[in-house]
Design a protein around this ligand. Sequence first.
Ligand code: HEM
Length: 415
Amino acid sequence: MTDLTTAPDRAAALASRYPAHVGAARLYGEEYHRDTAGLYRALRARHGAVAPALLEADLPVWLVLSYREMHYVLTRPELFDRQTPWNALDLVPADWSQRWLLGTESVMRSSGREHEHRSTVLHDALAGVDQLELRSRCERIADALIDEFAPDGRAELMSQFALQMPVRVVSWMLGIPLAEAPAVVRDLIVLMNYTGEAPAAYGRLLARMHDLIRQRRERPTFDVASRMVHHSLAAPDDLLVEDMQYVVGGGQQPTAYWIGNTLRLLLTDTRFAMTLAGGRRSVGQAMGEVLWEEPPLANLSAYWAARSCQLGNHQVQAGDMLVLGIAAAHADPHIRPDQTVSVGDNQAHLAFGHGPHRCPFPAQELAEVIAETGIEVLLDRLPDLRLAVPAPELRWEESLWMRGLASLPVVFTPA
Ligand code: HEM
């Protein structure tokens, strides 16, 4: 039998099975990252709302570029779901870097009644977090992180601050003992980098969640884990651990990048710089603008067509994979004919997804409190914070899925 996972056979299979994808745009590599917005404009001009595109290893997907089509996909679970098997599975190389797309057991991959139950459990458990306590915990965590670098007069705010805040707050909220939080942080970082160590880190995280379930079942307390375990709709333990893992891990990078992207805007855009020192209101405004202009989750995936249907100008086949371009949809000329006009406080962005699988509302609020409190404490403590490099030298992580800075070096008067 032909091994379709080798590059030449994949190319031949692409030509015969996915003719629309021959020569399609690659959503990876230097060219993609050099001018992503320009590429999206060119694809929109050529294909309209939906374009054929290629993931790493030149695997075929449909890239949804328009706001309306994206809304359509996210609200038609009968047409687009997360469980239909990909019709290109036989082409996926064993060492494919994007293999994580193909499956976990988390809430994100469930559907129908099971998804309703699991997402209700998450919603109720997260909604029970006391907002005042949360805010004061965020302040303490931010203060402790800033104490570490304040005397130095310089810091790299992604690794020393933005990436540290969410996991610490969420670990506390879930009920993970403080002493164990550093190990959770380490494992999450390994997991996010998808190295060979990732499966072991994932295993350790799940084992930790199993322990937590056991403890909270015997002795419930006022934390998210207890509310999940004792919920009347709680899933069996092997699914509950996946959802707890998702609470800690799923929001980590998006929230960290929301903090980083907002700090970048505050430090580089004169509209905000003028009020930086005293401008509490402007932190909220900058955070809102970032959700439109630099959404932390730039592209969503793991959506497949459940049956053949028309999408944009294309006939999509059952089992075709979609990539939903959140950043592209936010720049869609049909909803924003003039990109220079500010989005103001318009909340109709898709940064938190939409439809049944959107980020649960209490999780959105939680992320907002973490990001806003963290940024406010940082600006209060280090009021003359400024970039240590010229703004054009700031580099983004080269990821199709996430929009976040690789580093954010700053200087300030030692405090
Ligand atoms: C600690 C903070 C966060 C937590 C605990 C969290 C949790 C979750 C969970 C549990 C889901 C799955 C919902 C489902 O499938 O039913 C989800 C989905 C999502 N979240 Fe969050 N989230 C957080 C922060 C964020 C942030 C800051 C963003 C971006 C600004 C974000 C964007 C999304 C998006 C776009 C989805 C939909 C994913 C999809 O359809 O594939 N989340 N989140």
